[in-house]
Design a protein around this ligand. Structure first.
Ligand code: ZN
Length: 221
């Protein structure tokens, strides 16, 4: 059954657990008679692009109660949307212009390690250069954040403000701006996941064609 053995026993056990999990899931879905795999083989038509954190505790499908085929996903450390990130831009372009998704959710989460790391002065290696994007967000909101005495509350607010800024970041892209010139059924949402309950908290910063808070300076013709 197992396709590969490693010299290290723990490595083998860990790998076998992954493969066994796949076999079980595959069999269960084939047995549930919903024809999911038959549908998936035809193509994908997701309504949602999810931009979330890489953290293992915040999987897009489970959080939204959806199945394979329902959500197009991009994840990175602390759900950052950087305009020079070809990975993020390619996912965004494909989702908006080819898949024609109706909703984009930037999903942060409380207890985000990336946010905590960005608030410290400790070095984590290469990651530090990614965290600078988060430090920039903190700097933009330093007055508000520094006024929060409780460290956990300050972190939580930083998580929220990061999501707010990443939503604004997406709205600045030509991809989203051009999509709004063609259609009005595209909304960009900012939400935060509560790890204790799995619930999504809507930050009410949803941007649409008619209500997007895009500063005039960033508007392309
Ligand atoms: Zn995170």
């Amino acid at each position: 059954m197992c396709t590969k053995k490693f010299d290290n026993e723990k490595l083998t056990q860990s790998f076998e657990k992954i493969m066994a999990g796949n076999r079980q899931w595959s069999q269960e879905v084939q047995n549930d008679e919903t024809g999911l795999f038959h549908e998936l083989a035809k193509g994908q038509h997701p309504d949602l692009l999810w931009i979330g954190c890489s953290d293992s505790r915040v999987p897009a499908n489970q959080i939204t109660g959806t199945r394979p085929g329902d959500v197009f996903v991009h994840r990175n450390v602390a759900n950052v949307c950087v305009h020079s990130d070809m990975n993020m831009l390619s996912v965004l372009d494909f989702a908006v212009n080819i898949l024609k998704v109706k909703h984009i959710i930037v999903a942060g989460h409380y207890g985000c390690g990336g946010i905590t790391a960005a608030m410290s002065k400790k070095q984590y290696g290469l990651l530090d250069n990614w965290l600078i994007h988060l430090k920039d967000v903190y700097e933009m909101h330093a007055n508000e954040l520094n006024a929060i005495a409780d460290t956990h509350k300050r972190e939580d607010r930083f998580v929220e403000l990061n999501v707010v800024e990443q939503v604004a970041s997406l709205c600045k892209t030509t991809i989203v701006q051009n999509a709004w010139k063609e259609r009005d059924d595209l909304a960009v949402h900012g939400m935060v996941i509560q790890l204790e309950t799995g619930e999504l908290v809507d930050l009410n910063v949803t941007a649409t064609k008619s209500d997007n808070r895009l500063k005039e300076f960033y508007a392309f013709e």
